[in-house]
Design a protein around this ligand. Structure first.
Ligand SMILES: NC(=O)c1ccc[n+]([C@@H]2O[C@H](COP(=O)([O-])OP(=O)(O)OC[C@H]3O[C@@H](n4cnc5c(N)ncnc54)[C@H](O)[C@@H]3O)[C@@H](O)[C@H]2O)c1
Ligand SMILES: O=P(O)(O)OC[C@@H](O)[C@@H](O)[C@H](O)[C@H](O)CO
Length: 457
């Protein structure tokens, strides 16, 4: 970690840029505190450069481009700030620069494509098929059909959705015979590699059977559990950081970071293990521990914390009511996880990380798409407990908090969430979360009784 007196002079490369061998899609805060940081700290960092593509906005790509891809990572804890200039990103492009994206994905030098496009960016339905109820997906699937039938030329296709853009890159790679490649989701989704694989294969079927076969043979989909709290920087703080660091695109993160990966990289990969990444055969318990305990608690804190008038995770975990709800959720999680995962230490560390008041992690940011997050992070535990004949009260509390927060308009609007407004809709809302929770009358009663108590908050 480099201590900077002034970062302005450091936003210049002191060594030649590494060759582009990784394509990063979803250039945001997290990919820069995590993937780019691990790549910079790998023993063979000088051989692995990243071409980064923003998901939707071109502003960040433009800023980074003006800085030759360099930016300052501020590691922030109770003791103070430490600064490091990260230089593993060598090019930044807006996400709609399709020509460059296809060239990069189909380049024989590139062996990895990563995605950090948020959970909703995949636009898949609960069965991991392309969500045809989403007009952009429906349009792009039609477009693939038109390309397949020669109605639209491959080079003239202009898809809007990320997975279809990546698919065109893979098709170009197949045609160029550029060899195998790994497609790696770094989003907070269970079985993120499996989901991405199923989604890509379903989309490929709309283009050609040859592409389906090529993907099955030549593309790997490693799964991974990623962890580093990296909040969006508030406007006033951003202005301050720009002055301190001379950096138009700074990132702030906690010191903690973790990356557990499972799966093959057929075209090679950086020695990320030398930077602390762990490669395992069985990802599931690690992934469940992180998604249920960290992200599940974040989703609960976002709904209940906003309801109780809090603004940040640190404020919320300092409220005894929220803390008790989180502890109960963790008790239910722990009852469904193997004890060998060091759960007591993990819980204590989470409390300390959440309580880091110098990291301003706004509940409003975390609250985005909470309904989908409940389904993926809270409901799996609720289902296990219901099947065991137990009543998962903490899971019910998380759902009740979502209902009341959504009814009060405290959560950002969600494209795919059902209305939380009508009491009569409760059972259908629970069924949208899962058939198992929807079918349990005692569970619905529990949600309703906690909801009534939260209405008084
Ligand atoms: N921030 C964290 O603490 C953290 C930690 C672990 C994992 N993650 C994962 O990384 C994701 C991104 O987090 P971030 O902090 O970088 O967010 P961010 O808002 O800074 O960046 C998100 C990126 O995804 C793109 N994107 C957003 N919605 C999209 C959509 N519908 N389709 C395509 N692209 C879209 C954006 O344009 C941007 O490039 C999270 O959703 C999560 O899955 C984040
Ligand atoms: O939008 P989400 O819920 O996936 O992310 C919000 C936070 O829970 C998340 O970013 C955590 O800070 C992160 O997963 C920590 O590693």
């Amino acid at each position: 970690m480099t201590e900077l007196s002034t970062a302005r002079s450091s936003l210049v490369r002191d060594a030649p840029a590494p060759p582009v061998r990784i394509v990063l899609i979803g250039l945001g805060a997290f990919s820069r505190s995590h993937l780019a940081w691990y790549t910079q700290h790998a023993a063979d960092a000088s051989s692995w450069g990243i071409a980064a593509y923003s998901g939707r906005s071109r502003a960040l790509a433009d800023k980074l481009d003006r800085q030759d891809g360099l930016y300052t990572l501020t590691e922030r804890d109770a003791q103070g700030d430490r600064f490091e200039v990260v230089s593993s990103i060598v090019r930044a492009h807006p996400g709609d620069d399709l020509g460059a994206l296809i060239d990069d994905i189909s380049s024989p030098a590139v062996s990895i494509v990563t995605l950090t496009i948020t959970e909703v960016g995949y636009r898949l339905d609960p069965d991991d098929a392309p969500d045809l109820s989403d007009p952009l997906v429906a349009r792009d699937v039609c477009l693939l059909g038109d390309v397949a039938n020669g109605i639209v030329a491959f080079d003239a296709a202009r898809p809007q959705t990320t997975l279809v853009r990546v698919l065109l890159g893979l098709e170009a790679r197949r045609r160029r015979e550029s060899g195998p490649i790994a497609l790696v989701s770094l989003d907070n989704l269970p079985d993120n590699g499996g989901r991405l694989e199923r989604g890509m294969l379903a989309l490929a079927a709309s283009l050609s059977p040859e592409l389906v076969d090529w993907i099955s043979d030549s593309v790997s989909f490693p799964s991974s559990s990623v962890d580093r709290i990296t909040p969006q920087i508030a406007e006033d703080e951003l202005r301050e950081l720009i002055v301190t660091t001379g950096d138009e695109a700074p990132v702030v993160a906690e010191p903690f970071s973790d990356w557990v990966v499972s799966g093959a990289f057929p075209g090679g990969r950086p020695q990320w293990e030398t930077a602390g990444a762990r490669f395992v055969d069985d990802l599931e318990p690690w992934e469940a521990r992180k998604l249920w305990m960290l992200n599940g608690a974040h989703t609960l804190l976002a709904c209940l914390g906003l309801l109780r008038g809090h603004r940040t995770v640190a404020e919320s975990i300092g409220d005894p009511v929220c803390r008790a709800a989180v502890e109960s959720l963790w008790n239910e999680d722990a009852a469904c996880l193997p004890a060998c995962l060091g759960l007591d230490e993990y819980r204590q560390a989470l409390v300390d990380r959440f309580a880091n008041a110098r990291i301003e992690h706004r509940l409003e940011q975390i609250a985005a798409d909470s309904f989908m997050k409940l389904r993926l992070r809270v409901v799996p535990v609720t289902e296990v407990l219901l099947r065991r004949g137990e009543l998962p009260r903490a899971g019910a509390a998380a759902i009740a908090a979502w209902i009341v927060a959504a009814r009060r308009g405290l959560l950002p609007p969600e494209a795919t969430a059902p209305s939380a407004h009508s009491g009569a809709a409760l059972s259908s809302l629970l069924t949208r979360l899962s058939d198992v929770v929807g079918a349990s009358a005692p569970f619905a009663d529990e949600v309703e009784s906690i909801r009534v108590s939260y209405e008084e908050v």
